[in-house]
Write a protein that binds this ligand. Sequence first.
Ligand SMILES: CC(C)(COP(=O)(O)OP(=O)(O)OC[C@H]1O[C@@H](n2cnc3c(N)ncnc32)[C@H](O)[C@@H]1OP(=O)(O)O)[C@@H](O)C(=O)NCCC(=O)NCCS
Length: 380
Amino acid sequence: MSTVTTTPAGKGLEGIVATTSSICYIDGERGVLAYRGIDIHELAEQSTFEEVCYLLWFGHLPNRQELKDLQSRLAEERHLDPAILDFLRTAPRSALPMDVLRTAVSALSFYDADARKNDHDANIRKSIRVTSQIAMIVAGYDRIRKGKPVVNPDRSLSHAANFLLLLNGEKPSQTAERALDIALILHADHELNASTFAARVTAATLSDMHSAITSAIGALKGPLHGGANEAVFRILQTIDSKKADPVDYVRGMLSEKKKVPGFGHRVYHTEDPRATHLRVMSRDLGKTSGQPQWYEMSEKIEKFVKAEKKLNANVDFYSASTYHVLGIDEDLFTPVFAVSRISGWTAHVIEQLDDNRLIRPRAEYMGPEYPNRYVPIDRR
Ligand SMILES: CC(C)(COP(=O)(O)OP(=O)(O)OC[C@H]1O[C@@H](n2cnc3c(N)ncnc32)[C@H](O)[C@@H]1OP(=O)(O)O)[C@@H](O)C(=O)NCCC(=O)NCCS
């Protein structure tokens, strides 16, 4: 019956290698993540988000001049067309920031000088531009929905510091800037995660960068992917407001067969190397900001879930408490993920187009047997 001759892939394409790529290396058994071969721990400790963008887009670490040039280009692109700002102002105040981001990124293409070009250099230009614009959209909409004035960018600041300035209206402390910078580095790329795969599928039809990124943002939103960080914080908040015991609360979730957001991973069977850094950041920032409770609750939940279900915390678990103590609202957590992941999405779109073939898999047909005759409506 089946017209498919190869062995069907497992549900959710588990374990399927769908392409070759030179961007991101993951060893799920050993808990290794590396961008262009450079271990995430070295990058988190020593690099900046701008350096990581360069690494992802150009394939090697920048020298001083190359880094300076990229920093200036990112800074120059810190502006939005007035029509995009109008859209942010007219979007309903109740709109989810992630939905506003998706629609605004789609609309960015109307005002992009390279919108009709799909060559390598145009796509590098678009990558730089959209990276700056996404940060401005996320921060700008948050200010607008709160009735606050949109803040002018400061072109002398790093990407992380400028984002916090646009969000909070004041320059961040060095600690806050570095914390966000590390979070941006850790979230920048992750091989063929769902949103990146969505971006590559769209790009592979020879559509365009903005369409690919719009697809990716739609995929990132879901709670099984980027939306998990927000779901984690909602649980922490509920536990806090009810003065509940964190372990009892999560035990209750498991007994109702609910998944605990922030745990488990399709690829890692050991500690997610990004969680290693976010755990420390959540602890240290919690202490210095006088809000240690979020980390303390998270730590108890992590120990329990590990003992009970043998599941490890993933990138989203400790990013929730980290972002909260940085003063970021929970419905901005997933948009902030996009502020970082845009670097990886765009790198993958460029890689896909540099050696493109349409991505078009098959489905194993399980429906009524062929031929299943058409019955005229008056005989049904
Ligand atoms: C990340 C995730 C989607 C991976 O999914 P997956 O590879 O398809 O794994 P499955 O959903 O098939 O889970 C396998 C088993 O582990 C359990 N499991 C996985 N994650 C779980 C979680 N967070 N809480 C409780 N149980 C979980 C499943 O219930 C399933 O158990 P079963 O075999 O008894 O039915 C999944 O772990 C999840 O939903 N996690 C919570 C959301 C999240 O944090 N997403 C962000 C990922 S970075």
